[in-house]
Design a protein around this ligand. Structure first.
Ligand SMILES: [Zn+2]
Length: 268
């Protein structure tokens, strides 16, 4: 599933192809891809709206339209493509928007977990999301208070989108290794110094991920290069790049979790 750096990369690639164009027509090929409103209302309402901007919030793509907001979550296998006017719909296309320059904006999703929302107020979808880790307003102090207010293991807590937005399984493992924190550490026991390391590691890993155009680990998301820089993710049995200890893999909350037992020793 694309995480913050992959979605940010998609936004940066698509923005110049979409902004300024008007949506002439919407073809909803698989109506259940639409979370809200009804298919009939969606196709009627989106017609004639201009794309003012494209941004990211957590793992959502956010198209700012002249009257509404189009939000897209790619989940497991969703992909967004801009196609020329000769395009004919392909297998697994779920939504096709015809744009004013005769190009098509296509949402293709083989596994059908991706979702699309058309809403007047994006807060209807975003209200539960935690802070953005790269926002200037997100300080170590804020992270410290949020960790202390809970008593949960770091790995599942960092994956919880209501706690912090945009991290998934890969970047969480990478962040915890750089911060030298064991994934099972309880959030309320983390010291001020450890929080400072965690905050710094989040920024460093996510920014590095964005610079590499994200990570490509399957056939869905291509073009990223962060997978060549993985410290722990998918490296179980291989030596830790810091100390040489073999990386271990354990399962926490049904998610494969990779860590160095030496660099990230367990403290409770
Ligand atoms: Zn190590």
């Amino acid at each position: 599933m694309p995480e913050l750096p992959e979605v940010e990369t998609i936004v940066r690639v698509l923005r110049p192809c979409l902004v300024g164009k008007t949506i002439l027509k919407a073809e909803l090929l698989w109506p259940r891809a639409l979370a809200m409103p009804s298919p009939a209302e969606f196709t009627r309402r989106i017609k004639g709206q201009r794309i003012i901007d494209l941004t990211r919030r957590a793992k959502f793509l956010h198209l700012h339209l002249s009257n509404d907001h189009l939000l897209i979550h790619l989940r497991m296998s969703g992909a967004l493509l801009v196609k020329e006017n000769t395009y004919r719909s392909a297998k697994h296309d779920r939504l096709i928007l015809t744009l004013s320059d005769a190009s098509f904006f296509v949402f293709n999703d083989p596994r059908k977990f991706g979702r699309v929302w058309l809403v007047e107020d994006p807060q209807r979808v975003f209200s539960e999301l935690g802070p953005e880790p790269l926002d200037a307003g997100f300080t170590p102090q804020m992270l410290f208070e949020r960790l202390r207010a809970r008593r949960r293991q770091l790995k599942p807590l960092l994956l919880d989108q209501t706690f912090i937005a945009g991290l998934g399984n890969i970047y969480t493992d990478e962040v915890l290794h750089l911060a030298k924190l064991h994934p099972l550490t309880l959030s309320n026991l983390v010291t001020v110094d450890q929080v400072e390391c965690l905050w710094r590691a989040m920024r460093e890993v996510l920014e590095e991920g964005i610079q590499c155009n994200g990570a490509s680990i399957d056939w869905v998301y291509r073009g990223g290069e962060f997978q060549y820089l993985f410290r722990v993710y998918g490296r179980d049995g291989e030596p830790c790049l810091v100390c040489g200890t073999p990386i271990e893999r354990i399962v926490i909350g049904q998610r494969g979790t990779h860590f160095c037992p030496t660099c990230q020793s367990y403290r409770s």
